[in-house]
Design a protein around this ligand. Structure first.
Ligand SMILES: *[C@@H]1O[C@H](CO)[C@@H](O)[C@H](O)[C@H]1NC(C)=O
Length: 568
């Protein structure tokens, strides 16, 4: 996830104010200096300017802390902790008992998750096994497989690929693989990592992975690990505003903002709630749910542009960085996704979540939706500079949106969202179909000028890569479940075949650098954990002849495709 980040400070040098005579004297003095002396002077000035700039950038956000009159009370700040705990105890009585493992499903799971029932599902299982074999051989226990160099990549040191794959393996009915993955978690998953991890990524991949494995299998080892992890992540929220910092050390439990800036990404701080809520409901400890829900409640109170949010938020002040980009792509995307999914997860009882989501979709229609020239494909663009400039650009990440819109409609939201979903899905399909590899690039640009240019879509060289991302397949799965239109299965199959053709290598699957050139796709030597967690899982579910294999009336998928139970 790479967003844009612009900072600038204007330095105004006052030109007036000196009496005429003094100006002349200064000028004479200046002319008398040697070249060397002048250079020294220039250097001193540059250093001064640079230092001032450097410190003023760092302080902009601290300054807003002081001037911020809004009273923000985080559940974890020291003064409030006592009141908070009391409050918790009162509330505990109102809330139903924690849900143990999903035992009902566990009993049925040998029937439900009995393995592939269609030819296409069989092919997906073969793909999984191929990837798993490479991972086991060259990267076992590490975060990611590097299939070409036959090595591994460690990001957090949490065996990400194993934890992220647990439920995929379970759903595919692969008993042997599940046992080996489960035993690795039980015996080797070491959460006491003395290194910084990203709160958001660790939450959606590891916490989400452990919780869904727990719900599907009923094995309490996963819940124990999830609670341990949740307690290590919690210190991220100990900020003045209650908005978490992006990074936390799992061993020292110290948390801080990213090195490059004092701000957190809006989507990151708003994409923790499904997991923390489920952790509370599963463990009976409501601190997790309250702490994460507070973030949503706080964001709810902030001023937005027609329900749309800037992509950066300051964890000190709790305010948006007002001139940052507005997008349904990187750093904005899952804020919107989690509004509607939190509403579903909590039994459609929390109205502000639904209302904020509905307002955001209207805001999107008004500000971000355009059509391409000449063929009129609908897309969702971006607003730069706090809303000043429209950019006809869409991240592949945005292709989660048709599925989420359809999910909302399925749960009773306005049916006209479905028209948006159909059209946006078609555009996302075009981002694949118009490439000679039949694979979409990371970012697509759209032509909106009435010129004689023939192409609706174009791709810039730095954006031409494909990381094996899932979002479009995810949307196809929702749309197929909800409409039963088998065209969506066929589209998924076309893409699966392209993955087989262009990204499969002898030890797994790899991200590629160029979807525009079938002769040389520039393999990048990386298989991220989301390929097995999401892309493969959604393909398997999409090709099922049992549309309720994962029932969207009983489960809500987190942002990493981990199913968590809906509370009744
Ligand atoms: C299924 O979806 C495709 C692609 O959008 C569309 O062309 C077709 O008409 C749909 N079929 C039905 C039966 O709705």
């Amino acid at each position: 996830m790479f967003g844009e980040y612009n900072d600038f400070v204007a330095v105004n040098v006052p030109a007036e104010g000196l009496p005429e005579k003094k100006k002349k004297n200064l000028w004479r003095w200046w002319n008398q200096l040697s070249r060397f002396q002048r250079n020294v002077f220039y250097m001193v000035i540059s250093v001064l300017c640079f230092t001032t700039l450097y410190f003023s950038i760092g302080n902009i956000d601290n300054a807003t802390v002081k001037s911020n009159k809004q009273k923000i009370v985080s559940p974890l700040s020291k003064e409030n902790l006592e009141n908070y705990v009391k409050d918790q105890e009162n509330k505990l009585e109102e809330i139903e008992q924690p849900i143990p493992a999903d035992f009902e499903n566990y009993d049925k799971s040998s029937v439900l998750f009995k393995g592939p029932t269609t030819k296409r599902q069989q092919a997906v299982v073969q793909a999984f096994k191929h990837a798993w074999k490479g991972y086991k051989k060259f990267a076992w226990g590490h975060d990611h497989l590097k299939p070409i160099s036959e090595s591994y990549h460690d990001w957090f040191g949490l065996g990400l690929t194993i934890v992220d794959s647990l439920d995929t393996i379970y759903i595919m009915g692969l008993k042997e693989e599940f046992a080996e993955a489960r035993n690795w978690v039980a015996e080797h998953l070491n959460l006491n990592q003395d290194r910084d991890v990203n709160l958001f990524e660790t939450t959606i991949r590891v916490l989400g992975g452990l919780l869904s494995a727990y719900h599907l299998s009923g094995d309490s080892i996963f819940l124990d690990k999830a609670i341990d992890l949740g307690l290590r992540l919690l210190p991220s929220f100990k900020t003045e505003s209650g908005i978490p910092f992006s990074d936390v050390n799992l061993a020292t439990k110290l948390s801080h903002p990213p090195k490059w800036s004092p701000v957190s990404s809006t989507s990151e701080v708003a994409t923790l709630q499904l997991e923390f809520t489920d952790l509370s409901r599963s463990s009976g400890d409501f601190i997790f749910e309250k702490t994460a829900a507070f973030v949503s409640e706080h964001i709810h109170t902030l001023t937005k542009k027609d329900g749309l949010v800037p992509i950066f938020i300051n964890a000190f002040s709790g305010n948006f960085r007002s001139y940052s980009t507005i997008t349904f792509g990187a750093r904005g995307d899952s804020y919107y996704e989690y509004l509607v999914k939190q509403w579903i997860q909590t039994g459609k009882t929390v109205d502000y979540l639904k209302n904020d989501y509905l307002e955001a979709i209207e805001g999107m229609k008004k500000n971000l939706v355009r059509r391409t020239v000449p063929n009129g494909y609908l897309f969702v663009g971006e607003l730069l500079g706090g809303g000043k400039e429209f950019k006809p650009k869409m991240d592949h990440l945005t292709c989660y949106l048709p599925g989420t819109l359809a999910l909302g409609v399925h749960h009773g939201l306005p049916s006209d969202h479905m028209n948006l979903a159909y059209e946006l899905l078609e555009t996302c399909y075009q981002t694949y179909a118009q490439q000679p590899t039949f694979l979409a690039p990371e970012i697509t640009y759209f032509n909106i000028q009435p010129t004689d240019q023939a192409n609706d879509i174009y791709v810039k060289t730095p954006d031409a890569h494909n990381l094996l991302r899932p979002e479009f397949i995810e949307s196809l799965w929702y749309m197929y479940q909800i409409t039963k239109n088998t065209t969506y299965q066929d589209w998924g199959w076309q893409i699966f075949e392209s993955f087989e053709k262009y990204t499969k290598v002898s030890n797994g699957y790899t991200s590629i650098g160029d979807v525009r050139n079938p002769e040389n796709v520039k393999p990048r030597d990386m298989m991220e954990s989301f390929f097995l967690s999401e892309t493969i899982k959604y393909l398997y579910l999409l090709f099922s002849d049992d549309p309720k294999l994962i029932d969207i009336d009983r489960y809500v998928m987190n942002s990493e495709a981990h199913p968590l139970p809906i509370q009744s």
